[in-house]
Design a protein around this ligand. Structure first.
Ligand code: AMP
Length: 468
């Protein structure tokens, strides 16, 4: 999907990578970001720390990882420790100043910080800090965290400074913080966004998703737990702190539905298998007679395989995705109808012509994509089109780090399922139930954050945003 417009509420999608004590730290961080590009495409950055001269080095830019680090000489990011970040924000400008990691000089040396998530009390934090004299150079909530830690660091060693700063921040955050002599990883008490620990040649790595480990040849060790602060120092010393106590938290269920890469595993579950199970559950809940099951690639593929297995209806790639679509296109002057959708997806006419089709996708957000795809399917000769969505209707905006439009722009907030069916011009439409979704991820109902479907926000919403 291309960028969506957003309201006042700030939202980001991001990925993190951290490497501790490895001779090619920055190069591994780059590859780790490369494999997590799906989590953010607007900017990328890496900070490395070089023990020899006690200096932090930084390279960041606007664009894809491959663009920011095109022809890059990694000797410009020396040192055995590094953290990196990719970002996709929908608020504010896409300025270099917004691209993470952020770095600053604080009482006990230099520090760099990268965050995946979104704070819900940032407006209050930021205005309080500004009143106290703090200077902000970006609009990012990550900068507030940097200031809070810097203040606490005046009287405390790094990990204590982090432990003392975190209770002031409310929201979803997975953090990597690089100090001169240690790397600290933290996950908010609800564990909303993922963060995993791995090992490579006796060194530690951290990432948002395990797919980053696979590319660099690291092995998965474990998830960082909700509310855990992990401190890595020396050659391989690791300590764990739970200043908020231990809890299972409420990890984000939408990571399984759409956001994470299917080859990633977190919270004990492989994303591909979870999606396939969603397809099975959906076929059980909302069966239909049809000739073929067609996914909306890529996110609908695993679920469509599950639907096909459960229903016995053959799986076919009736829709082909162009994987090389950039962020801007030059459209001919005589504009082409539905160009925006067609450039990304094309109906496979030979497959669809004369068929009763089950179309499987993960979500209907505003409804524009599905409506245009159905039109395309009909033009390709499909006889009947039955839409099956592998999650409940998306009714609530996410304030915890997934880019969703405001509630008013969500079609399921405005219309009933029957009305959506009419609007998108489908012959039938069914969503997976919330119970079915929990069965698919093998978790107890309510044990994860499902606010985008239920509007039960486990840690509340920003004071400037209202939820009906
Ligand atoms: P829409 O046209 O707004 O209804 O968008 C529906 C499409 O957006 C589906 O094909 C989803 O795979 C995709 N989608 C769902 N959630 C997101 C998200 N947070 N960011 C980008 N795309 C999304």
């Amino acid at each position: 999907m291309n960028k969506r417009e957003f309201g006042d509420c700030f939202n980001e999608e991001c990925a993190l990578i951290g490497v501790w004590n490895h001779q090619e730290a920055a190069n591994l961080a780059y590859l780790g970001l490369y494999s997590q590009q799906h989590r953010g495409q607007e900017g990328a950055g890496i900070v490395s720390y070089n023990d020899d001269n006690c200096k932090l080095y930084i390279h960041k830019g606007i664009g894809l990882v491959s663009e920011v680090f095109d022809d890059f000489d990694f000797q410009r990011l020396p040192g055995r420790n590094a953290i990196g970040h990719v970002r996709y924000s929908t608020a504010g400008d896409c300025r270099l100043a917004e691209v993470q990691p952020f770095q600053a000089e604080i009482s006990n040396g230099r520090m760099a910080l990268a965050q995946n998530g979104n704070l819900i009390n940032n407006a209050e934090l930021r205005s309080g800090l500004i009143k106290e004299g703090a200077i902000f150079t970006s609009t990012s909530d990550t900068e507030s965290i940097l200031h809070l830690i810097a203040r606490k660091a005046q009287k405390n060693p790094p990990v204590k400074a982090v432990i003392e700063a975190l209770p002031s921040i409310k929201g979803a955050y997975s953090l990597l913080i690089l100090f001169n002599d240690r790397l600290i990883a933290a996950r908010d008490p609800n564990g909303l966004r993922p963060l995993v620990l791995g090992e490579i040649n006796g060194s530690y790595v951290l990432a948002s998703e395990t797919c980053a480990f696979d590319l660099i040849g690291a092995t998965f060790v474990r998830d960082i737990e909700p509310g855990e602060i992990v401190e890595i120092s020396g050659s391989k010393d690791i300590a764990s702190h739970f200043p908020f106590g231990k809890s299972k938290g409420t990890p984000c269920i939408f990571e399984y539905v759409y956001f994470s890469r299917p080859d990633s595993t977190w919270n004990g579950k492989n994303v591909y298998q979870a999606r396939k199970k969603m397809g099975h559950e959906l076929a059980k809940e909302s069966p239909i007679e049809a000739d073929i099951v067609v996914p909306v690639p890529d996110s609908g593929v695993a679920a469509a395989i599950g639907f096909s297995e459960e229903s016995g209806i053959p799986f076919e790639m009736g829709l082909i995705r162009n994987h090389y679509v950039g962020r801007t296109f030059i459209e001919p002057q005589q504009s082409i109808r539905d160009f925006g959708v067609k450039i990304k997806h094309n109906a496979n006419k030979q497959i669809l012509n004369g068929k009763r089709v089950v179309v499987v996708d993960d979500s209907i957000v505003r409804g524009t994509t599905t409506k245009k795809l159905i039109k395309m399917f009909r033009a390709a000769g499909a006889k009947e089109i039955h839409v099956r969505i592998t999650a409940p209707p998306t009714k609530g905006s996410c304030f915890y780090g997934i880019d969703t439009p405001t509630q008013e722009q969500l079609i399921a907030h405005q219309m009933s399922v029957e009305e959506i069916k009419e609007y998108i011009d489908a012959d039938s439409l069914a969503y997976l139930s919330i119970d079915g979704l929990y069965r698919a991820v093998n978790s107890e109902k309510g044990s994860m954050c499902d606010a985008c479907f239920t509007k039960n926000y486990p840690i509340g919403v920003p004071s400037s945003c209202t939820v009906e």
